[in-house]
Design a protein around this ligand. Sequence first.
Ligand code: GDP
Length: 287
Amino acid sequence: MAINWFPGHMNRARNQIEEAMPDIDLVVEVLDSRLPYSSTNPLVDELRVGKPCIKVLNKADLSDPKITKLWIEHFEKQDNTHALALVAEDHKQSQKLIQLIKNIVNQSEDKKTNIRVMIMGIPNVGKSTLINSLAGRYIANTGDEPAVTKRQQMIDLKNGVVLSDTPGILWPKFENFHSGYRLATSGAIKNTAMEYEDVAMYALEYLSKAYPEALMTRYKLEVLPESGESLLDMVARKRGCIRSGGKVDLHKAGEIVLHDFRSGKIGLLSLETPEMMVAEEIIAEEL
Ligand code: GDP
């Protein structure tokens, strides 16, 4: 479900998180491991007011493990921050998160109170999936409607950890041109916001540089042209995306490429590295 983020909406989401934060012991920020920079909202680090945070690099079944490792190292250098890559649906993996939460908060034997955790993140990173996996049952689709109703219940995981039911949902950030395209490539921004063709061209251009072999193998390409447009055109021809009259159907080809990317059919791919983030932030500061 697409969320339209209006200023009022954003303010309500922010206020709600601020109000709930004093009762929270630890924040879990869920990120998409293919784009940990673009799938974060920097407000998480502001709103957590120094509380410990675990950055969960979710969808680790889709991202490049070598790059994910670099991200983990990157986050672990930050203050009071830990990082864990996982696949949210996998109950065994989500239990590792519980263990890490307990290790960090270091609950003493005689301390009877539960550890109170808030799960935060932008839409579509896998918050609801993670909550359901942690609880071992279906809780709710928490992901879609931030700050509509004020809920203050806790979800008791019955293992010493309770989850705040206040939706820690923040909006995706669009300031960076690249972030917008990466979010769209991952499917976090619905397709109506950007043209399929444009997003697919952006993705192909990046993948042709970062993962040339995977791309060539998937689409049986012998060469990789420089521009995203030529790449998409080539994929369209290879896949028979031709309209009557012989014109290539770039929209159809774009759909194929994005579907393949999102379902991991091109390979285990990451769209950004910590190094790219640093370079992009320097450029942003100069503008
Ligand atoms: P939320 O909006 O943050 O609550 O995200 P959801 O939990 O609704 O998940 C968004 C989409 O990502 C759904 O289609 C999930 O099935 C999918 N998803 C969540 N976690 C994973 C994961 O670890 N791997 C993969 N491949 N897909 C996931």
